[in-house]
Write a protein that binds this ligand. Structure first.
Ligand SMILES: Cc1ncc(COP(=O)(O)O)c(C=O)c1O
Length: 408
């Protein structure tokens, strides 16, 4: 008898290995040969990555760089991360830090440590696709909380939790310039969330890849600033959005007792984060170039955000609703007027043919809602390319509408 893969006895958790529409779009777009304006991946364009510095630092010979490293991270990088955090008003301690393979591994470690099958995890709706995917991979049950212009509607949580009939073990939030909406959680809501976490004996997974990229408005205190040393705050951070995603270097900042578990969890995953890349980042930070680099990114992203909103309003007027992020990479577009009933997943092939890519709304909720919404990453493209992408999106929407029998 021949065995087929589909008859193998797999782990029950494979039912909840849902994959990532965002990550899959990387290969999808790589296989396209025509010109595409890329609003899809949350990635900076190559021109905003200090590639020459990285190349120079990568070839700096140093004994030990290609050995296994300490699971908690190369001491040089931990020291540089601590120095950056202190300069940025977020002092920490080496006893709290583990260098991770990007923010994704930080999330994986968080959910691995915190979630048993069937545990309730509160998430924003919409939220980061891979955040849901990671929670589900540990067989969490997802409780969606709505968002508005001030981030997660924390006031709605007690009733949602009461309806669920049990308290959450984890509250997963992206407090600054949220992925995908670009909204920021207000200070009052942060305080309330800290109280609720206490009341429910829950941990807040504070996933903040974009916080350093505020280009308008004023900083809102982080959970750790509001409640220093609170072990209920599990901070997940990454260099992906401020240096380069391909480095795959991030860190977690957690209570030392959780750090011990995080190290054990990481030892069961990948032993240590890529050692040469840790040194590239440590050396780059050691040269003191980060602050200037961040200032440049903020200026560029502000210009791109403004360009994206202007192009979208000029092309669509009140037939789209847009968020107005004060930092980060993303804005959230909800179709309105004549376009209100268009399904952005169905629209996607037409948009791709017209040379524009985005991530459809349903990718950002376990419930598959937000069918008439989409995420635009304004960080990747210049204002001219953004304007071009918006025209292509308009052409795709009009073609779709005409085919569906509506007036274009
Ligand atoms: C909210 C959020 N968390 C985590 C990540 C993952 O970061 P990394 O690429 O460093 O794994 C991303 C990347 O898009 C993100 O937007």
């Amino acid at each position: 008898m021949t065995t087929t893969a589909s008859s193998l006895r797999l782990a029950a958790r494979t039912d909840q290995l849902i994959g990532s529409v965002i990550d899959s779009s990387t290969s999808l777009l790589a296989s396209q040969t025509h010109d595409i304006v890329r609003f899809a991946m949350g990635a900076p364009n190559a021109e905003l990555i200090p590639t020459e510095d990285f190349a120079r630092l990568f070839t700096t010979p140093a004994v030990g760089r290609f050995d296994y490293g300490a699971t908690e991270g190369e001491p040089e990088l931990v020291a540089q991360v601590l120095s950056y955090l202190a300069r940025d008003g977020h002092p920490s301690d080496a006893e709290r830090i583990v260098i991770t393979t990007g923010g994704m591994q930080g999330l994986d470690i968080a959910f691995k440590i915190l979630v048993d099958p069937g545990d309730l995890v509160v998430v924003e709706a919409p939220t980061y696709t891979n955040g849901i995917g990671t929670a589900l991979s540990y067989q969490a049950e997802i409780l969606e909380a709505p968002i508005d212009a001030d981030g997660m509607v924390v006031e709605a949580l007690p009733e949602l939790v009461a309806r669920a009939g049990r308290t959450p073990k984890v509250i997963y939030t992206i407090p600054n310039f949220q992925n995908p909406s670009g909204t920021t959680l207000s200070e009052a809501r942060r305080r309330r969330l800290l109280d609720l976490a206490e009341e429910w004996d829950a941990v807040i997974v504070d996933d903040d890849p974009y916080g350093a990229l505020r280009f308008e408005g004023t900083d809102v205190p982080t959970f750790a600033q509001l409640s220093p040393g609170n072990p209920r705050i599990f901070q997940v951070r990454t260099f992906s959005k401020i240096l380069a995603p391909g480095l795959r270097i991030g860190w977690i900042d957690v209570d030392p007792a959780l750090r011990r578990l995080a190290i054990n969890a990481k030892q069961a995953m990948d032993t240590c984060t890529n050692v040469p890349m840790q040194h590239v980042v440590a050396d780059y930070l050691g040269e003191g170039a980060l602050d200037e680099h961040l200032a440049r990114l903020r200026a560029v992203y502000r210009e791109r955000k403004i360009a994206a909103r202007r192009s979208l309003f000029e092309r669509f007027g009140d037939e789209v609703e847009l968020t107005d992020p004060e930092g980060g990479f993303f804005l959230w577009l909800t179709l309105a007027g004549r376009y209100a009933n268009i399904d952005t997943e169905e629209l996607f092939p037409t948009a791709l043919r017209h040379g524009v890519a985005y991530i459809p709304g349903p990718a950002f909720a376990a419930s598959g809602t937000f069918r008439n919404a989409l995420r635009i990453c304004f960080a990747t493209s210049t204002p001219e390319r953004i304007a071009e992408g918006v025209q292509r999106l308009g052409a795709a929407l009009d073609e779709h509408l005409a085919q569906a029998g509506g007036a274009a």
